[in-house]
Design a protein around this ligand. Structure first.
Ligand SMILES: [Zn+2]
Length: 153
């Protein structure tokens, strides 16, 4: 069953068993992880770095950029996590698109209030999109290193 809402949970270490519909966030290791939102059970690890994913926390809602594309997994899921909502690529209704746009506008408005360097943020996001393919190999290694580190810490 497809998950349409995800709840952030702030942890020191990403647990080995993940719950459906929870986005685990470790500030210490700059990593987030969740179970694939299609329900296939695969663990998706998203390193939070300028060249991987960018995580925005606003109150108790989280947004992850860019999208999650599980091309290496059988389910081939592709979705966005935006304001705790899972937005599925290719299956969006017009209503969902409109709601997504509203959320984006609200999100940007809040973001402008907090920071003035939106230009930099947008550029970082674009770079992330372009580098997603190239950095996947590196991500695996950095994730692996993080896990090693967490085991021996
Ligand atoms: Zn899946």
């Amino acid at each position: 069953m497809k998950i349409i809402n995800i709840t952030p949970q702030f942890v020191e270490f990403i647990p080995s068993t993940l719950q459906d519909g929870v986005l685990y966030i470790s500030h210490k290791y700059a990593t987030a992880a969740h179970k694939c939102c299609c329900g296939c059970g695969i663990k998706i690890v998203t390193p939070i770095t300028p060249t991987d994913w960018r995580l925005t926390v606003s109150g108790d809602t989280v947004t992850l950029y860019p999208s999650i594309g599980n091309w290496n997994h059988p389910c081939q899921s592709h979705y966005w996590i935006r304001g705790n909502c899972v937005i599925w690529a290719g299956s969006m209704t017009q209503q969902q698109i409109n709601r997504g746009r509203e959320r984006d506008r609200a999100f940007k408005k809040n973001y402008y209030k907090k920071f003035n360097n939106t230009e930099t943020v947008i550029q970082t996001t674009e770079t992330s999109l372009n580098n997603t393919q190239n950095s996947s190999q590196k991500s695996i290694w950095s994730t692996f290193k993080l896990w090693l580190k967490s085991m021996f810490d």
